[in-house]
Design a protein. Structure first.
Length: 458
């Protein structure tokens, strides 16, 4: 089946739209390098687009009706947005879902130590990474430190031009004869992923003088003590901004595009939607990279509870109604797909691989070893989507994640499918997925947004 590189089909107007969207997407990536930062940015954009906080609506005892737009945030790490349609909500919603957490290195609860006059912050990696990719790179620290009195200090170090950055060292090649014989999974061990943060000793300190100096600086600059690390969430991420990639500027090179590329395009389509018949919904969740667990992951009742609150505000809550709304809903569960990489062609099956600039990717199923763990979408639903996308002339392709039995991966699709709704996996193709710097095609970003917009209007 022939599917074409979509760049050659664009006229002037579409190219201008594509560039604008991708510019805004890069700005979103720069402002959102952690799940909290992404949700904060989503709230800002939603408010600009006329969305109101559902918690305020509830507090004021207001009622909601067709045309109203609300959002609900869970612990600053997940959000659900709703745009109430003209049709009875019991007929179901059109739901877009994606995740905003990305692989990174989290500081341990007791992270600070000194060894041989060098101070370090010890980390535990989050999500699946190839550890050898995270050494000898400039890293930034993002996150919050919460004190016992509940006050919070937001921390971002390493993004501004004059900021210091951090680094994880690697052994010089001259002495690496032994290391280079090791398996790649063992060449750099998880416990060796510690951030180098200082070398100046505190005057007159008796022991661990470099560490003491760091603590003095932390106290002076951020008013935090070593104990405060116990209640902190600090994430080391690649330092620097998202950039265009290639002489032709056809791609974007950035950290955290899994899955912020789908999250941002879903959000944009949601905020852009003018009038909708079926109630539109967009969910951006946390913790996908570690199994969608926790209160802010997709497995949490947060989403279901929010829909219950929404129905209640519409003056029409019942347990049965809630179940019908969910069961009659349709969802695009978006997560990035592996783009075919000619350098590693043997990992892919060419007929069922995703290609850069061939549009948004649909995965009828994901999973590994005989589709295990997959939400296998129904043929009827895929047929309906084909009709919608062809009508709106959205470029799309279908793919599997690599060859049979080469590996696999999970998404949030199976969790929403528990309600008995139609769900399918889709998303944008990425090169170097889960590496510190990932690459996508700008055309695919554009087609993803167009796909989501067409879906919400369906
Ligand atoms: Mn993902
Ligand atoms: Mn991932």
């Amino acid at each position: 089946m022939e599917r074409k590189n979509v760049w050659s089909s664009y006229g002037k107007k579409q190219l201008a739209e594509l560039e604008k969207l991708n510019k805004n997407y890069r700005a979103f990536l720069d402002r959102g390098k952690t799940e909290r930062e992404c949700i904060r940015e989503a709230v800002r954009l939603a408010q600009e687009a006329g969305y109101r906080d559902l918690k305020d609506v509830i507090k004021k005892g207001e009622t909601l009706q067709s045309g109203d737009k609300v959002y609900n945030v869970c612990m600053e790490k997940a959000i659900a947005l709703f745009h109430i349609g003209s049709k009875d909500i019991e007929k179901g919603m059109n739901i877009l879902g994606a995740h905003v957490d990305s692989p990174r290195l989290d500081l341990k609860q007791n992270p600070l130590y000194e060894d041989t006059e060098l101070a370090y912050l010890d980390t535990h990696y989050y999500g699946g990474i190839k550890k050898y990719q995270w050494v000898t790179l400039p890293l930034a620290l993002h996150g919050v430190v919460v004190k016992k009195d509940g006050s919070r200090t937001e921390i971002v170090i390493g993004e501004k031009e004059n900021d210091p950055a951090f680094c994880i060292t690697d052994l010089l090649v001259h002495l690496s004869a032994e290391q280079l014989e090791k398996k790649a999974s063992k060449a750099v061990e998880g416990e060796a992923l510690d951030l180098l943060i200082g070398n100046i000793p505190l005057k007159d300190a008796e022991k661990d003088a470099v560490k003491e100096n760091i603590l003095a600086l932390l106290k002076e600059q951020y008013d935090i003590t070593e104990e405060d690390f116990l209640s902190a969430e600090l994430e080391a991420v690649p330092a620097g901004k998202a950039r265009e990639c290639g002489i032709d500027r056809s791609m974007i090179l950035a950290y955290g595009q899994d899955d912020r590329v789908c999250a941002y395009t879903s959000l944009e389509a949601m905020l852009d939607a003018k009038k909708v018949k079926r109630t539109a919904c967009c969910i951006l969740v946390d913790k996908e990279e570690i199994g969608s667990v926790g209160a802010t992951g997709m497995q949490s009742r947060f989403f279901e509870n929010t829909v219950a609150e929404l129905l209640n505000c519409m003056g029409d809550y019942s347990e049965l109604k809630l179940r019908r709304v969910l069961a009659n809903s349709r969802m695009l569960s978006s997560d990035v797909s592996a783009a075919f990489d000619p350098a590693y062609a043997s990992a892919f099956e060419k007929k069922n691989a995703a290609y850069f600039s061939h549009g948004i990717v649909f995965n009828k199923y994901t999973g590994a070893r005989g589709k295990s763990g997959s939400n296998d979408a129904n043929a009827e639903y895929m047929a309906q989507l084909r009709a919608t996308l062809d009508k709106s002339q959205v470029a799309y392709q279908t793919a599997e994640l690599g060859k049979v039995d080469f590996g696999g991966g999970g998404t949030i699709a199976y969790i929403l499918a528990l309600y008995g709704m139609q769900v399918i996996d889709c998303g944008v193709a990425v090169l170097n997925m889960h590496a510190p710097w990932e690459i996508v095609s700008k055309a695919d970003v554009y087609e993803a947004k167009r796909c989501y917009a067409a879906f919400l209007q369906d």
